[in-house]
Design a protein around this ligand. Structure first.
Ligand SMILES: Nc1ncnc2c1ncn2[C@@H]1O[C@H](COP(=O)(O)OP(=O)(O)OP(=O)(O)O)[C@@H](O)[C@H]1O
Length: 715
């Protein structure tokens, strides 16, 4: 029986073709939306990942600050076409004008040179990246910037009483006219303000910021003569990890450890909204990047300083000609620049360290007395730009007497290791790195001995000092010279590569990328600072010789110190800490040193090296040296500015001077930290005991608090 076909159930609904299509449409749309959402999500995830990896470490602690971007036209209008009448100062990198913005706000506009050098460029970046991220009542606010083609301008809050430099060193008449003479209360307040500014940078910023160039022209005064610090072109951000011992090795450690990441971020915009053009080197952002990527590294990165290094390095490469006679002066100028920065404020208590540097200069004085500029740069003589140091011969004579004491045979030995001599011999600057490195160690060791040795004045003592000094030199030679010679071939290789690829300060991005492939180990350094031989050199070195910050601390430390003694000079002559040229242990303490000089300058109203055309007592020319003598004689108040007459608080003045002496100790570790300094100035803490040579014998603990209490009681 044939089966009957099953007829469709008349009750079942007919499939509706329209609803099918609708269903399909909805599904497709939903999938597309979902897919898009996922894409968007992934995109944002990726973006935020990128953003986080480039965020300044400030972000964690400080709100990002938006800097206003001005057009050039706006600033030109504000300053009346940069009218000379509106010019309020000139610094190394440009001129500062007073301007009034459209909203009526007074600003100071720093116009950098139109053809910015690599150094100016880095300074610009540094200023934006560091100062741009800081807000404190003790720090001059950076309000904005202008970046148009080759135009670089920075816009700051206007400080009506300009710089401390002017208030202290303008003529009395000038100051009287402008009502800018500083009485004691103002001076003490300024010292306190600068201390608080440093406390903010060192203690409140995370990571700490090291200013690196504390001096009167970088202390600006508001209407009430309250001080704020400015000029962060040399500043550094410090990231401290568990291996935080030596600055320079940390720099190396950072570049080594982060070799993979550094290259990638060099031209990226850093955390704060900062203009970075693709051809600019943003070494600062590298430091920040490094800091966020490396737990165990402590990073100090500095643009201007690296550039100084590059200057030296370039000079060294350019200086391979053996017939140096005519060129050598200019090269020596560059080379001796670094040496010069140490020069003449160190006194007899610790002068062996600097004696060679001084000697190097002395040899130029002797060799080249009349011609050229034996000291390299005019600015050396024009401390802080005023040009008041007009008696060169006088100073030279004085320096000569300081550096070549014929009665000290030990110094002859140091004198042999003269960078200029090595140059005259026809050796290259790279060779000089060795020589100078060697010397710097000899000096360090020597100076240690000198400090001890000077305490022993008799012949027996002198002999033992010499013996110890030589012994230390021998020890150093045995310990390190072989190691350095092992590394000589590496240096040559680097020199070769440098000549091939790193000579141009701004070679094109394409070339950079090409070069990157070929020389990966140099790329991180190139990104850091493409014209910077020193940094490349360091990084390259570290790359091949170190595997971690900790494990290679010592070799890195050794080598970087050698280099730093010739190439990494920073700051301003007479204000820069001695360790900047050598064993840079604690960077904050370098600020403390400069602060010590600043205190003396404020209290005395004198420059650190103060030589006038009129005859003057020799020992007073060097402020620090003179202060130490006075301290030893128990008469520090003689240092107080005569213009104040007797109208000053004696206990405060004595406290300030003794505090300055504490800050000026040669060993960074012995200098008080800024937290203590603030407390000492507030009278909440006693001044730590000063070293023997600064105190009238027997050494006594200066109890500022008790003294002030007594004084208060007496009153
Ligand atoms: N915000 C400001 N308000 C008022 N005056 C300022 C301001 N900034 C700078 N000046 C003035 O301009 C001068 C030059 O400042 P600038 O920072 O360019 O150079 P410097 O610190 O003197 O030198 P260098 O930059 O070479 O260390 C200062 O000494 C000060 O008198």
């Amino acid at each position: 029986m044939p089966s009957r076909p099953i007829s469709p159930n008349p009750n079942s609904p007919e499939p509706n073709p329209n609803s099918n299509t609708l269903f399909l449409c909805i599904t497709l749309t939903a999938s597309a939306i979902l897919f898009l959402a996922i894409l968007i999500f992934l995109y944002y995830l990726w973006k935020s990942f990128l953003h986080n990896s480039k965020t300044s470490p400030f972000d964690s602690s400080t709100e990002q600050l938006k800097l206003q971007r001005f057009s050039f036209k706006e600033l030109r209008n504000a300053t009346n076409d940069f009218n000379a009448e509106n010019s309020i100062g000139k610094g190394g990198s440009g001129t500062v004008f007073r301007g009034i913005l459209r909203d009526g706000k007074s600003v100071a506009v720093k116009k950098l040179e139109d053809l910015p050098s690599a150094q100016a460029e880095r300074e610009f970046q540094n200023e934006l990246q560091v100062l741009g991220g800081l807000r404190s009542p003790y720090v001059v606010a950076l309000l904005g910037y202008c970046l148009e083609k080759n135009k670089r301008l920075l816009v700051y809050e206007y400080m009506p009483n300009h710089s401390l430099q002017e208030s202290l060193f303008n003529s009395v008449e000038e100051n009287l006219n402008m009502n800018m003479n500083l009485n004691w209360e103002m001076r003490f307040q300024i010292i306190d303000d600068v201390a608080r500014a440093l406390a903010f940078l060192h203690l409140d910023c995370d990571p700490p910021v090291i200013h690196g160039d504390i001096k009167p022209s970088n202390v600006l005064l508001d209407w009430n003569f309250r001080a704020k610090i400015s000029d962060f072109g040399l500043s550094r951000v410090k990231v401290e990890g568990e291996f935080g011992v030596d600055l320079f090795s940390q720099e190396l450690g950072k570049s080594q450890e982060l070799s993979g990441t550094l290259a990638a971020v060099s031209v990226e915009t850093p955390g704060i909204s900062t203009p970075v053009e693709s051809n600019n080197e943003v070494d600062f952002s590298l430091a920040l990047q490094a800091s966020s990527s490396s737990k165990n590294s402590r990073v100090c990165c500095n643009a201007k300083a690296l550039n100084l290094g590059s200057l030296n390095y370039n000079a060294s490469i350019a200086n391979e000609s053996k017939n140096l006679k005519s060129k050598e002066i200019s090269n020596l100028e560059v080379a001796s620049d670094d040496w010069n920065r140490f020069v003449p404020y160190d006194d007899e208590y610790c002068s062996v360290e600097h004696s060679k540097e001084l000697n190097s200069n002395a040899s130029v004085v002797v060799d080249d007395a009349g011609s050229a500029k034996p000291w390299g740069r005019d600015w050396w003589w024009k401390q802080d730009g005023s040009g008041e140091l007009c008696s060169k011969d006088y100073v030279m004579e004085w320096i000569g007497s300081q550096i070549c004491p014929s009665e000290n045979p030990d110094w002859d030995e140091v004198g042999k290791c003269n960078p200029q001599k090595s140059n005259l011999d026809g050796s290259t600057q790279l060779d000089m790195f060795h020589t100078n490195a060697t010397n710097s160690h000899l000096q360090e060791l020597g100076s240690e001995d000198c400090n001890k040795g000077l305490e022993v004045k008799d012949t027996k003592g002198r002999k033992s000092f010499q013996k110890r000094h030589r012994k230390m030199q021998e020890w150093w030679k045995e310990e390190y010279l072989s190691e350095i010679s092992k590394k000589g071939s590496e240096i040559k290789k680097l020199k070769f590569r440098w000549k091939k690829g790193f000579k141009l300060p701004h070679f094109s991005l394409t070339r950079r990328l090409l070069f990157r492939r070929r020389t990966p180990f140099l790329e991180e350094n190139q990104n850091n600072c493409d014209a910077n031989g020193e940094f490349s050199f360091r990084g390259g070195w570290k790359k091949n010789n170190a595997h971690s910050v900790g494990s290679e601390m010592w070799s890195g430390d050794l080598f970087s110190r050698e280099l730093s003694s010739t190439t990494s000079m920073r700051g301003t002559l007479c204000y820069v800490a001695p360790e900047y040229g050598g064993t840079g242990y604690l960077m904050e303490k370098a600020d403390i040193y400069s602060f010590g000089v600043l205190i003396l300058v404020i209290v005395s109203g004198r420059r650190p090296l103060h030589v006038l055309s009129s005859p003057m007592k020799l020992e007073k020319a060097n402020l620090i040296s003179w202060c130490r003598h006075l301290a030893h004689a128990g008469n520090v108040l003689e240092l107080v500015d005569e213009r104040l007459k007797d109208m000053y608080n004696r206990s405060q003045a004595s406290l300030c001077i003794n505090l300055a002496l504490a800050c000026l100790q040669r060993m960074p570790e012995l200098r008080p930290d800024i937290g203590d300094i603030v407390k000492i100035l507030r009278g909440e803490m006693d001044l730590p005991p000063l070293p023997f040579e600064f105190s009238p014998s027997p050494p006594s603990k200066i109890s500022s608090r008790s003294k002030r209490k007594k004084k208060a009681d007496g009153q």
